[in-house]
Design a protein around this ligand. Sequence first.
Ligand SMILES: Cc1cc2nc3c(=O)[nH]c(=O)nc-3n(C[C@H](O)[C@H](O)[C@H](O)COP(=O)(O)OP(=O)(O)OC[C@H]3O[C@@H](n4cnc5c(N)ncnc54)[C@H](O)[C@@H]3O)c2cc1C
Length: 342
Amino acid sequence: MSRRVLVVGAGLVGLGLAHGLHIRGAEVTVAERAPELSEVGWAITLSDLHRNALDRLGYPPSLWQREPMGYEYIFDAHTSLPVNTFEFGPTVMLERSLLQMRLLDPVRDLVRTGTAPVSVEDDAPVVGVRFDDGTTGEYDAVIGTDGVHSWIRRNALGGPAPLDIGCAVIRFRVPNRIGVTFAARTTPIQGSRLGYFLNDGGETLHCMLFINDPAGRHHDTPLSTLAERFAGLQGPLGHVVEAMRSEPDRLCVDIKQVTTSVWARGRVAIAGDAAHAMSPALGQGAGAGFEDAAVLSDLLTAPGLPVEHALAGYEQIRRPAVHDLQYRSFNAARELVLDEKP
Ligand SMILES: Cc1cc2nc3c(=O)[nH]c(=O)nc-3n(C[C@H](O)[C@H](O)[C@H](O)COP(=O)(O)OP(=O)(O)OC[C@H]3O[C@@H](n4cnc5c(N)ncnc54)[C@H](O)[C@@H]3O)c2cc1C
């Protein structure tokens, strides 16, 4: 008999996991708290490892075929001099909404929106779940992919709340009117760093401003005020600074990190940001979640492997690897914005 798996949360990782399990014969239900699945904008980078994980989840590489991001130039924020280059390797960038919709398409019928668990009881051999709409269900396994504030992590596994790591990232888009052909970023200045990637085939500059300040500080700070930190910058990044003065739409996110020592207990586990939200400084969060989902899909459907062993093995395999990635992302976030000059 196929295993019944409840996936809690239809974000990028929950959708990928649902498909990975579904194509391996599991009976999957996805409970999503939001009343509907809305497309989330902005771009996302995927390394070759992440695309391999998506391939294992049943999404072929042809879905994400893009020109590799190539390289970026690093400009001294004080002098505007180009001082270094950085190679992105085979990483590609795509619209986040496109990624989300492609993940959703084959599992749309498995998703129950407007539904969240209110109790999860692991009564071996099944997990009993009560939902906020009054319905109940019995499952062989419950996987929380319910994001950084995960209800499953905190309530079913007794895990911690996320930590604020004292950095924020502001994203905005600028039309590439100057026809620049490469990505660029500044060295840090006044605890901040400005950069952009080329997007939409080079038509748009997808800009990111990392700021080393406590949570909430910059949600309402006008971009024109922040632009003053980079006043005098010349070249392509000077164009971005100029564009900041006209207040393009922006998204400000305080960076949170989740570090928890329990990823799985019995028949309940967490994956993606629920298990390991990390700084986006290295662009690895979703990709690491897809790798979680690929391992979970294999192990939860492995013939004869008890669910408890599958989930304990998943934690054993993934937690150390992600811990290292989280550490590097945390350091990258701090280094990106540490001022190198007094
Ligand atoms: C600015 C920024 C840039 C980033 N750039 C990159 C990048 O370039 N590359 C990369 O790999 N990663 C990147 N990341 C990280 C990436 O966005 C996340 O790691 C990824 O979206 C996590 O996916 P998830 O499915 O685990 O969680 P989420 O996307 O947060 O999804 C969680 C889902 O669970 C639902 N939910 C929440 N609570 C409940 C509940 N109680 N019951 C039911 N449903 C619930 C939510 O509504 C949501 O749909 C970036 C992050 C940020 C903030």
